[in-house]
Design a protein around this ligand. Structure first.
Ligand SMILES: [Zn+2]
Length: 498
């Protein structure tokens, strides 16, 4: 699995309702280039030609838009961030960062700023650890009224989260980042922006700490240095910690922690309702995958699309069509990285109960099988995730493989298992890619038994060799990939023909 490159994956499907009827649903058009805004596509999703609107009118419909993105690295590194041009959407910082200090005096001043900044960060981290709100607020600029309000929220969030560890580390001085106007506004004897590495671990859920880089604005006045902002000059691809985006509500289940953005009883009730879905998803995954994983999932429920984009470090409107994303919250994809399922607030609302279960089971399969740090080809990762999801929530073939069957009936039997490119958000035949991957996995389970499918997945996953897939075909299934493909093609023709 490659690290995050901005590629998204999506699929459209129809889900049987509780009475067993199948209601055709609009097929979602491809999401297109994730770099491009996709307002028009969102439009076509919500108001597709000739389609009735979603909502309570279609009580029988549960839309299964089982989409995921396996996300690893959000950015190339701290230096990259320090040197990157500012996010055009950011409120300040029109200037490029200036060059590294060259004179001894400049270097000395940089060291002094780092020492002052580091001391503020240490006090903050201590205050979080000691749950000392007063001490935390003492580190916040008394003149930064708006930031003081968000600092109170941040402190409340961090107190509510089951934090195992919380650390702040001063990484790099970004001295050219603040405009003269902004510096004048901040006042004091000096002000500057620094990149700060924040690492935080959810006790009981994370093996390794999550890690993000936060731009922290510092100001020194009357000989004392304070933090004056956590949000100036974010750059493209820079992820923001969920606890910095607004008030959180938490709900804990047997296997899940749901973190909902949006304060109040409504957000709390929503978080609780997702806990039961997530708990069920974990049970469904363990039934197939086994219990040799942590059996814990952390689900983020942003209240707004923009919050989802902030958490993922995505450009605006990249994920308008992505129902949920499985993301490693670390700068390098690695086994043991903390993994989060990030829900798209708008699409999750529209999915309905069954659809949400399918999506969460699909994403939870990625979590259990550590798909964010796995060499398995995408057809196997996605096909297996759908196999588990559709096992948990049965869907009629005719609905779940609609686009693929249409193609097969028109004589277009896939020539090979779907390639990595076939799962890009902009891929034209994305639904077919998911559908054919799902049926490849189902064929293995039908032919050899479910345990063999899991064994096959694990063999490819554990392989360090470039021939891992071919080896697993031979050692687990006793055939070559070409032999399997021939059988799978016949299987698809039989299913579509029937
Ligand atoms: Zn997926």
């Amino acid at each position: 699995m490659s690290p995050l490159t901005g590629a998204g994956e999506q699929r459209g499907a129809e889900v049987i309702d509780e009475d067993g009827d199948t209601v055709p649903l609009p097929m979602i058009p491809s999401a297109g280039d994730p770099e491009q805004p996709s307002d028009h596509r969102q439009q076509s999703y919500a108001d597709g030609p000739g389609r009735p609107p979603f909502g309570p009118i279609l009580k029988k419909v549960a839309l299964g838009l089982a989409i995921c993105l396996v996300a690893g690295a959000g950015y190339a590194g701290l230096q990259h961030i320090a040197n990157a041009p500012a996010d055009p959407g950011a409120p300040t910082a029109q200037q490029p960062p200036s060059a590294t200090p060259t004179t001894p005096d400049q270097a000395q001043a940089g060291v002094q700023r780092a020492v002052a900044g580091e001391a503020v960060l240490q006090k903050m981290a201590d205050a979080i650890e000691n749950e000392d709100r007063g001490e935390f607020l003492n580190t916040i600029d008394p003149k930064a009224t708006a930031f003081r309000a968000s600092a109170r929220t941040i402190f409340g969030n961090l107190s509510a989260l089951p934090l195992g560890t919380f650390q702040l580390r001063y990484v790099s001085d970004d001295i050219g980042a603040l405009t003269p106007d902004r510096q004048a506004e901040l006042g004091g004897t000096q002000s500057w922006l620094a990149q700060v590495e924040v690492s935080w671990q959810l006790a009981g859920y994370d093996v390794k700490a999550a890690r993000e880089t936060l731009p922290v604005t510092f100001v020194t006045r009357d000989g004392k240095t304070y933090a004056a902002s956590f949000s100036e000059r974010f750059v493209a691809g820079q992820r923001r910690p969920v606890w910095s985006l607004g008030a959180l509500e938490l709900a804990k289940g047997k296997h899940s922690l749901v973190i909902s953005l949006g304060a109040g009883s409504e957000a709390e009730a929503e978080a609780r309702s997702y806990v039961s879905v997530a708990d069920k998803a974990v049970e469904s995954v363990s039934k197939v995958w086994g219990r040799s994983w942590r059996q814990k999932v952390v689900v983020y429920l942003p209240a707004k699309q923009s919050q989802m984009e902030y958490v993922l470090g995505a450009r605006p409107n990249t994920y308008t069509q992505i129902a949920a994303v499985t993301m490693a919250e670390l700068d390098t994809p690695a086994v043991g990285a903390p993994v989060r399922i990030v829900a798209n607030p708008k699409l999750f609302e529209e999915l309905g109960k069954q659809g949400r279960r399918i999506v969460l089971t699909h994403e939870t399969t990625h979590v259990a099988s550590t798909a964010t740090a796995s060499p398995v080809p995408l057809w196997l990762a996605e096909g297996f995730a759908d196999y588990v999801a559709f096992n948990a929530v049965p869907v009629q073939d005719e609905s779940a493989a609609k686009e693929l069957f249409k193609a097969v009936r028109a004589g277009h039997v896939p020539a090979s298992l779907p390639t990595t490119e076939a799962f890009a958000a902009s891929a034209k035949e994305l639904p077919q890619a998911y559908e054919s991957a799902w049926l490849a996995c189902r064929l293995i389970a039908e032919r050899e038994g479910e345990e063999k499918l899991v064994k096959f997945y694990r063999a490819v996953h554990a392989s360090k060799s470039s021939t891992g897939l071919a080896d697993a075909f031979q050692s687990v299934l006793g055939m070559t990939e070409a032999e399997f493909v021939a059988e799978w093609q016949k299987y698809l023709e039989r299913l579509a023909g029937g």
